[in-house]
Write a protein that binds this ligand. Sequence first.
Ligand code: NAD
Length: 469
Amino acid sequence: MHHIGGAWVPPASGSSLRETDPRSGEPSFSIARGSAPDVAHAVAVAQTAQPAWAGRRALERGAVLLAIARGLRAEAASLADIDQVETGRPRPQCLNDVEVSAQYFEFYGGLAPSIEGQTLDLGAGRHCYTRREPYGTVAVILPWNAPLNQAARAVAPALAAGNAMVVKPSEFTSVSTLRLAEVALAAGLPAGLVNVVTGTADEVGEPLVAHPGIAKVAFTGSLRAGRAIGRVAADRVIPVTLELGGKSPDLVFADADLPAAARGAVRGFTVNAGQACIAGSRLLVQRQVMNDFSELVRDELTRLSTGAADHDHIGPIITPAQYVRVCGFLDEARREGATVLGGGQPLPGPGHFVPPTAYVGLPPQSPLLQEEIFGPIGVLVPFDDEAQAVTMANDTPFGLAAGVWTRDLARAHRVAYQLLAGQVYVNEYPGGGIETPFGGYKASGIGREKGREALYHYTQLKTVIMKLE
Ligand code: NAD
């Protein structure tokens, strides 16, 4: 069922889709197979509910968001259960995502009353001020790698700013977002503000973006889909936030604390089994420490393990198609004769497990150094000096994140300044939290989520100019 107008609504198609538990490869939840009539219904409901919400005092909107945060924490165990079945991730990660989701509602609940305008001096004869106003109904389209977290990341600031929305989660991980809508309703959010329509990209996503009632799109997902959505939005002249992929570099200088760098860098490309847009999958290592650092990475990889014996650290690849794609990169590395520092073979079933894997000896044009992998695979490449490191780091169409490992503070700032990336992590990977603005340079996206910055992306500015005589 969809969750529309605060109620469970059957799909117009009368049919359903089946999710898969990536730990076993077995079918799991059944979700509604949405289509254009469901989208139209949800948009109409959102448009009806939104003006009253926007008309409430920001402090009151914020109070509802704070109640949603409490509701999420109270439901942490059941939400983590759902997340675990949908994503297969280790339970601590699922629980952490519930906590982070609650923090988004807390943060934007607190910030809601701080949305403010300015007065502008046009002389004694005029009064001029600006207002930050909501767009109306926002389409939120989500991927599968951290479903609840990414839903909360968009829903909380959009609500704080006074918008209503129609959310389309990934067809592989929809249930936690449906549950979020239920928790929000129980916490006192008026019906009709968060509507969840489940289904595929072509049957729900495309009609949603094309719907004339949608005033803005907040999309998280692949570059391919982001481009398609951007084209439709350009035609309709509506704004988009695009949070897309990456091929992020992690720079290890010879003066770094090498054991800490190896731990952090391996974490950087294995976190969430590498299914993280910020995955630091290109490890650029200063040549004089390449051998030492490779050995430290090798040790770190053996410390981590996946598969039947130990699911505590790294979960499975979440979708079957992505599993096939990640295994293709392992085959490619073998064909190219790369040296394996650890991993390199998919783990035997059941489930879609790939061990943490790192390679050395791949040429710059290798697909493993060019394409987003979205699996727990990193490649080490040597560089000679700072200038070359920066050139290599920026030599990609993407610009989501970058890491720098060094003890030299001046170098850290100098390199961070030159890196073309939306976030730069120094001596940790990744870094930041709900407070830190997040988004991409270059093909990694448009706009920013998280932090105060996201609030501005869910508002539009009106200037009022009044003649006083
Ligand atoms: P995807 O682009 O295939 O799908 C994302 C969502 O968009 C899904 O709900 C899908 O059904 C929908 N969709 C796809 N095409 C659409 C279209 N033409 N119109 C409307 N909706 C459409 O991505 P995915 O495979 O689910 O997720 C993996 C990708 O997401 C990776 O590239 C990753 O880097 C990216 N990602 C980015 C961030 C970020 O914040 N920058 C975070 C997580 C994931």
